[in-house]
Design a protein. Structure first.
Length: 272
DNA sequence: ACTGGATCCTGACTGC
DNA sequence: TGCAGTCAGGATCCAG
C-alpha cells in the first residue's frame, strides 16, 4: 500500500495527536509482524513517556522520545489511525497505543508485512536505515546524482529508481507515473539513460510525489489516513492500472509488463 | 558489485 | 457455494 506520499500523509495526520501526550499503555494483540515485536523492550521504551517528534525517513516512520526511537513501516497493507478509546478494535488492528488524553493510535495491517521496532541506539546507524539513499524531495536528489549512480547499471530504469539504496520512497505506483511524465521507457537500461533525461526524471518524481501528498496519497484498495479517509491521488494517475486504456497524451493503449515481480504500466509511444 | 527470484501474509476477485 | 488460482502501495535475503 503505502509509498512515500501515503506515509507522509499518515505522519502529518498522527503527529499532532501524539506530541507531548504520554503513552499510558501499549496493547500488542499480534506480535508476529514482519519481524517479531519485542514486547518487553518496546513497552519499557515508550510507556510513561510522550513522543517528542514524529519523523519520516523514506517509508519509515520514526517516533522519538527521550529513551530512543520507535520505528514503524506500513508494509503493503498497513495503516495508522487515531480513534477514541470507545471505538472497538477491528480485525487486524495488531497494536494500539493509549494516550493520556484518551486518544488511541491503532496499527492495522492485514498482510503483516509492516513492522514496529524499538531502537535505543543511534537510529541513523540502524541496519534498516544506514544504507538508504537520499530523500526524493531533498536537493541532494538530482539528475546528476541519478546519472552518476546509474553508469554501471544494466538493470531496468524502473527497478533502479525503486531501489531504496538509490533513492527512498519511490514505490510501484509512482515509479510508473514518473517514468510516464519523463517519457522514459521503464525497461530501458538505467546505464543508458542520458544525464538530461535523468534531470527530467528527477523533476517528474518530485512533482508526482508532491502532488500526491497534496491529495492525501493514493488509495487503490485499502489505504486510509489517520482519520480513516482515503487519499484522492488515484484520480490523477496517468498510467497505473490503466491497462488497454487510451494514453492521455497520444491515445494509444497503455501497456502492462511485469518487472521484478511487479506490474509496470506505460505508453509505448510516449516512452522510449 | 549487481541482479533476479523466492519469501513473508491476508483478502478480493475471477473462472470453473 | 466452493475451491483453486491470480493479484495486490514492500523490501529483505540469498544464490548465482
Amino acid at each position: 500500500m503505502p509509498e512515500l506520499p501515503e506515509v507522509e500523509t499518515t505522519r502529518r495526520g498522527i503527529m499532532g495527536h501524539l506530541i507531548d501526550q504520554k503513552v499510558t499503555k501499549i496493547n500488542i494483540h499480534q506480535p508476529a509482524l514482519r519481524w517479531p515485536v519485542e514486547v518487553n523492550k518496546l513497552t519499557k521504551g515508550i510507556v510513561g513517556q510522550p513522543f517528542s517528534s514524529v519523523n519520516r525517513r523514506g517509508k519509515y516512520l520514526l517516533f522519538e522520545n527521550s529513551n530512543g526511537t520507535m520505528l514503524c513501516h506500513l508494509g503493503m497493507s498497513g495503516s495508522m489511525r487515531i480513534v477514541t478509546n470507545r471505538e472497538p478494535p477491528r480485525k487486524h488492528d495488531h497494536i494500539e497505543w493509549r494516550l493520556e488524553n484518551g486518544a488511541v493510535m491503532r496499527f492495522h495491517d492485514p498482510r503483516r508485512f509492516g513492522c514496529v521496532l524499538w531502537i535505543d541506539t543511534n537510529v541513523e546507524q540502524h541496519k534498516l536505515l544506514r544504507d538508504l539513499g537520499p530523500e526524493p524531495l531533498s536537493s541532494s536528489f538530482s539528475g546528476d546524482y541519478l546519472y552518476q549512480r546509474s553508469r554501471t547499471r544494466k538493470q531496468a530504469v524502473k527497478t533502479f529508481i525503486m531501489d531504496s539504496k538509490i533513492v527512498v520512497g519511490v514505490g510501484n505506483i509512482y515509479a510508473s507515473e514518473a517514468l510516464f511524465l519523463a517519457g522514459i521507457h521503464p525497461a530501458r537500461q538505467a546505464g543508458r539513460v542520458s544525464r538530461q533525461r535523468y534531470e527530467l526524471l528527477v523533476q517528474s518524481i518530485k512533482l508526482t510525489l508532491k502532488k500526491s501528498i497534496k491529495s492525501g496519497g493514493t488509495t487503490l484498495r485499502d489505504f486510509v489516513n489517520s482519520s480513516g479517509e482515503p487519499g484522492y491521488f488515484r484520480q490523477q494517475l496517468n498510467v497505473y492500472e490503466k491497462y488497454d486504456q487510451a494514453c492521455v497524451r497520444c491515445h494509444s493503449p497503455i501497456k502492462r509488463i511485469v518487472q521484478g515481480q511487479r506490474a509496470t504500466y506505460y505508453c509505448s509511444r510516449c516512452q522510449r
